[in-house]
Design a protein around this ligand. Structure first.
Ligand code: HEC
Length: 144
């Protein structure tokens, strides 16, 4: 009697494991997975500088982070801002932003990191389309 139960359990577990394998195969081989954005070596250096110097303590990306300074998601492409504007802030110590001591290469790396960040989307996303069903369709940067 108990060996019948064990057999059943083995059967159920084998079916579940097989389904799990099929599911994973489909997920990991399907072509329409979103392609990850690959960071260049310079952008990675910028990202590391961003983390090491705690930019997130005061700045947000996509609305998340500290609130002492402004959100930097789209500072790269914002009107009247961009690379020179970003660099101007880094070593000058305006208001409560610390005066950093970045080299020209480090400033460039941070700009390239912020350029990649900017290419991932909008924040806040005013290009969202609210459907009557409650579905929200977002427009992404690469769709314009
Ligand atoms: C202690 C808080 C603090 C830290 C840490 C900090 N910032 Fe700032 N940052 C500020 C504040 C406050 C402002 C707004 C200054 C102003 O408007 O005059 C600012 C402004 C900026 C601006 C201009 C943004 C805009 O839209 O006008 C950029 C770019 C910037 N910071 C980049 C950085 C980067 C990159 C780092 C990390 C290396 C960093 N900040 C770390 C406080 C901080």
């Amino acid at each position: 009697m108990s060996s019948g139960k064990t057999k059943n359990n083995v059967l159920i577990v084998s079916v579940l494991v097989t389904l799990f394998c099929i599911y994973n195969f489909i997920i990991y081989t399907s072509k329409d997975r979103a392609q990850p954005i690959m960071l260049s070596t310079e952008a990675i250096q910028g990202q590391q500088l961003w983390q090491k110097n705690n930019c997130w303590a005061c700045h947000q990306t996509y609305g998340l982070g500290g609130y002492l300074g402004p959100d930097l998601t789209n500072v790269f492409s914002a009107p009247n801002k961009g690379p020179a504007y970003i660099k101007a802030f880094l070593n000058s110590g305006v208001k409560s932003m610390p005066k950093f001591n970045f080299t020209e290469d480090e400033k460039e790396a941070l700009v390239i990191f912020l350029k990649y960040l900017d290419s991932t989307g909008y924040y806040p996303n005013y290009k969202a389309d609210f459907k009557p069903t409650g579905w929200v369709e977002l427009k992404y940067k690469n769709e314009d």
